[in-house]
Write a protein that binds this ligand. Structure first.
Ligand code: PMP
Ligand code: GLU
Length: 398
């Protein structure tokens, strides 16, 4: 058998995508499965965005674009960053890629030397450690405290800094814990960046999905010095229900954008041209549907937290943003069903899927084995039915 390189053999598959694929495959087989797995808006891409893609096709916009993206899209991204985040960038500072995940990949490739450490606040989104390792870096997990909504504090981050630390990764609003850093907290982190001469990768993909008065601040807007140290990551997937279109982008100092563009020019070239035209329409168009989605997510968040609190043995910290909730299952550890024991997030997830046909993501993938993650980017009916099943499952554990 031909051997896989050690570089690739060391990479674990994405647990979020694996669960999603499993739930979708079960559904396709006619099994009535409830999926709280992948974080994917259940809404359709707004019609005016789809129309822009159809127009682009009809107009023959089917050729290569510059590797860093259509100039009109990079301009629209600059306008958005100024309007929404108070950030002034020029088009040559923007690199459009195949989703924010690809933008993160490029960012770590641009920043890291072998052995460089990246502070990763945990519980963390599954892909971060692998993306860092793929670039030769070392993820250093800084676990937030439940009392602080799982936000890593400046004090905790400071304590994890070593002479090899090069980057602080931020993801606010956060996946999986739904916390949102305040401006004041970001000012503290920006101070650390200055003090230790660190870069920041700031994943802001959930920026619009905030609830109960929380508001999103980009760390790059704290000061011009902070902006010079930061690669902002964002994309279309979550805000515009465009997960399948695969458009993400970075905004960064020009020399980093140039390096990422060169790298991308030899690996994937430009992101899909039709999807880029759709993204222009998304950024320039009306945001009525986006507002509607946020209102609906807020309602579902309310209900899902209530259902968790009402179910004996389960609890959660209320998320302020994104569309996930981490459900604490640790009080069920040691109980079991059919002579199988719940002793980890993975065994809970397997038994729940088998017995109740409900898919959730084991917290182990996020470095938090006492939890499973539920996405509430699903309909209210799905939430109600899902919890009817979860409650029955939990009650059947002995
Ligand atoms: N960052 C975070 C925190 C995410 O949850 C996701 C979800 N896939 C991404 C980045 C990547 O999004 P996409 O590649 O679809 O743009
Ligand atoms: N980001 C989403 C999630 O965490 C989508 C799946 C993925 O890309 O990991 O579920």
């Amino acid at each position: 058998m031909i051997k896989v390189s050690s570089r690739l053999a060391a990479v674990q598959g994405s647990v979020t995508l694996a669960i999603d694929a499993k739930a979708k495959a079960m559904k396709a087989e006619g099994i009535d499965v409830i999926g709280f797995g992948a974080g994917e808006p259940d809404f359709n891409t707004p019609a005016h965005i789809c129309q822009a893609a159809k127009d682009a096709l009809d107009q023959g916009k089917t050729r290569y674009t510059p590797a860093a993206g259509e100039p009109a899209l990079r301009k629209a991204i600059c306008a958005k960053l100024l309007r929404e985040n108070g950030l002034e960038y020029q088009p040559e500072q923007i690199v459009v890629s195949n989703g924010a995940k690809h933008s993160l990949f490029n960012a770590f490739q641009a920043l890291l030397e072998p052995g460089d450490e990246v502070l990763v606040p945990g519980p963390y989104w599954v892909s971060y450690p692998e993306l860092i390792r793929m670039a030769g870096g070392v993820p250093v997990i800084v676990m937030g405290e439940p009392e602080n909504g799982f936000k890593a504090s400046v004090k905790q981050l400071r304590a994890a800094i070593t002479p090899r630390t090069r980057v602080v990764l931020l993801n606010s609003p956060n996946n999986p814990n739904g916390y949102v850093y305040t401006r004041q907290e970001l000012e503290g982190i920006a101070g650390l960046l200055e003090e230790y001469d660190l870069a920041c990768v700031s994943d802001e993909i959930y920026e619009y999905l905030v609830y109960e008065g929380a508001s999103h601040v980009s760390i790059a807007s704290i000061s011009p010095e902070t902006k010079e140290r930061t690669i902002v990551i964002n994309g279309m997937s979550k805000a515009y229900a465009m997960t399948g279109w695969r458009i993400g982008y970075t905004a960064s100092p020009a020399h980093l954008a140039k390096a990422m563009t060169n790298f991308q020019s030899h690996s994937t070239s430009n992101a899909n041209s039709i999807a880029q035209y759709a993204a222009i329409a998304a950024l320039r168009g009306p945001d009525l549907e986006l507002r509607g989605m946020v209102c609906e997510f807020a309602r579902r968040r309310e209900r899902i937290c209530q259902l968790i609190d009402e179910t004996p043995g389960l609890s959660c910290v209320r998320p302020q943003g994104a569309f996930y909730v981490m459900m604490n299952i640790s009080s069920l550890f040691g109980s079991g069903i059919d002579s199988r024991v719940v002793d980890s997030s993975t065994s809970f997830t397997e038994l729940l899927l088998e017995h109740a046909k409900v898919a959730v993501v084991p917290g182990a993938g996020f470095g938090a084995d006492a939890f499973v993650r539920l996405s509430y980017a699903v309909s209210m009916e799905t939430i109600e039915e899902g919890f009817r099943r979860i409650r029955a499952f939990v009650e059947a554990l002995t």
